[in-house]
Design a protein around this ligand. Structure first.
Ligand code: AMP
Ligand code: MG
Length: 492
């Protein structure tokens, strides 16, 4: 244990820790300290998030912050802990899991509300099972950048304040080096937390947890006659909106196990995620998922499957099974409507017409049969004009005849749409910059050589992905051929 742990500096003592989660009691977690890492260094920092959290810029530059956010020094008033949860992994009940490498420092009072602060990769916990409690630089950079990228895209997500690195070796397929991501969220509670207390017959704790989540995050549920069914419905609706956002932007999560599903409907636990390059509906981004359980086009149904697990876990609190089923039903109406709304905006349709669904379906059919680049298609489409030859979009399709039929259909629909409003709507809904695998990979390769400029550049672009960022067009270009050979698996 590091002797410095009990000697916080003045700067960190100004942080207001309220430790809300810790008040649930010891059935929910184990208190412990992070394990220090030697000679930490900064890899990346989100100053935007620091400002939202009310942290002083100068603190995030300080040696104190570097030590505290690597887990080498305690923060006065914090109460570090690892929480216990269970889950279904790849469709199979996996039993107890828990925070195996994430240590929660506590809940911080911030201008953006109370936020849990976790150090991911901060050492062994009682829930580490066969793992080493560490995260490698590569996966930490990916989680850091993608958290802030999703926020920039307006997609619900946990956030990431920074990544620190250390030359301490970590064994994966090869020897890599350690890193710690500081991540924040109003809560990191997962579906798996509920499954844990339900399946271990700890129903009093299950109720305590549900009451905590309702009181803190879903207070309107308390006003209903069946608060726990109302909670299930509210989570189903938030998850439906999240899935619509993922599908519309072409995001594949890769490991949608119930322990990776946020009770707040946030994107959580960035592992082998990928933004689509070519549009292939059955695309699998996780090298450890050969069956494609979590393929891009399976995500909406998997989310429903996971919500069903949550419903099952909540049954001891919901007397009538029918009420749980009715609560889950909302997913089936909210998801398609939310997706259609997003796709209408991506197409620049400022009003709703009955034929829109057909136009949307024909767009996806055309993209799939041509394996067109997903993000580039949508961004170029912002500048499509019904009158001109629209060559930049047309060039993305080898089947020009089918494209021309589709373009005529789209042009006819646009006849009733104000072109200025359309372009404006589209440029706000079709990002120029997404965190493609090869972009992350290039920044990671440089970071391994201690050049963090690539991480910083990507962070700047991804925090404002709808802006043009002149001089950075290469980051919005097609992936190079080698991108197809990048293999990313679970838990690195
Ligand atoms: P993931 O697939 O990354 O969400 O992880 C699934 C479970 O394995 C969670 O309980 C993690 O905390 C745990 N885990 C993953 N990697 C490690 C590691 N290197 N050391 C300890 N636990 C880990
Ligand atoms: Mg996880």
């Amino acid at each position: 244990m590091n002797a410095a742990i009990d000697e916080p500096l003045a700067a960190t003592s100004t942080l207001k820790w309220v430790n809300r989660f810790a008040r649930l009691g010891p059935d929910f977690y184990t208190e412990l300290q992070p394990t220090p890492l030697p000679s930490p260094y900064w890899v990346g920092r989100s100053r935007a998030l620091a400002r939202e959290l009310g942290l002083e810029d100068s603190w995030l530059e300080s040696a104190d912050a570097l030590e505290v956010l690597t887990g080498n020094r305690g923060a006065a008033g914090s109460r570090p802990l690892a929480s216990v949860y269970s889950g279904h992994q790849f469709g199979v009940w996996a039993g107890q899991l828990g925070d195996g490498r994430a240590i929660m420092l506590g809940d911080l009072q911030t201008p953006a509300g109370t936020q849990e602060v976790q150090l991911k990769g901060a050492g062994l916990t009682p829930y580490s099972r066969m793992g080493d409690g560490r995260a490698v630089l590569r996966s930490s950079i990916r989680e850091f950048l993608c958290s802030e990228a999703m926020h920039g895209l307006g997609i619900p997500t946990t956030r990431a304040l920074c990544v620190t690195g250390s030359d301490a070796p970590v064994r994966r397929e090869e020897i890599e080096t350690a890193a710690v991501v500081t991540r924040t969220s109003p809560s990191f509670i997962r579906f798996g937390h509920f499954e844990h207390f339900s399946y271990s017959n700890q129903h009093a704790q299950l109720k305590t947890l549900a009451d905590y989540v309702i009181d803190q995050f879903y207070p309107a549920c308390r006003e209903t006659s069946q608060p726990y069914a109302a909670l299930l419905q509210a989570v189903s609706e938030r998850t439906a909106h999240l899935m619509a956002a993922w599908q519309a932007v072409g995001f594949c999560h890769g490991v949608m196990n119930t322990d990776n599903m946020s009770i707040l409907g946030l994107t959580i636990d960035y592992g082998p995620f990928q933004f689509l390059d070519a549009f292939e509906p059955g695309h699998i981004c996780n090298h450890s998922d050969p069956q494609g359980r979590y393929a891009y086009n399976k995500q909406p149904n998997i989310a429903y499957w996971n919500l069903f697990c949550l419903g099952q876990a909540l049954l001891p609190l919901i007397a009538e099974q029918d009420e749980a089923l009715a609560a889950l039903e909302s997913y089936k109406t909210v998801f398609p409507q939310a997706l259609e709304d997003r796709l209408r905006a991506k197409l620049g349709l400022t009003d709703e017409q009955p034929e829109d669904r057909e136009l949307i379906e024909s767009t996806f059919k055309l993209l799939a049969s041509n394996k067109a680049d997903y993000s580039i298609f949508w961004r170029r489409l912002c500048r499509f004009t019904p009158q001109s030859g629209h060559e930049p979009v047309r060039d993305l399709f080898f089947d020009r005849e089918s494209f021309d039929v589709w373009a005529l259909h789209y042009s006819e629909r646009l006849a009733h749409v104000d072109q200025g409003l359309r372009a404006d709507l589209m440029l706000k809904n079709n990002p120029k910059f997404v965190l493609r695998n090869h972009l992350g990979e290039e920044a990671i390769r440089a970071a391994k050589l201690k050049d963090f400029s690539g991480v910083n550049t990507l962070l700047t672009l991804l925090q404002a992905p709808f802006e043009e960022h002149p001089g950075h067009d290469s980051f919005a270009d097609f992936p190079p051929d080698w991108a197809a050979s990048i293999e990313i698996s679970c838990s690195s």
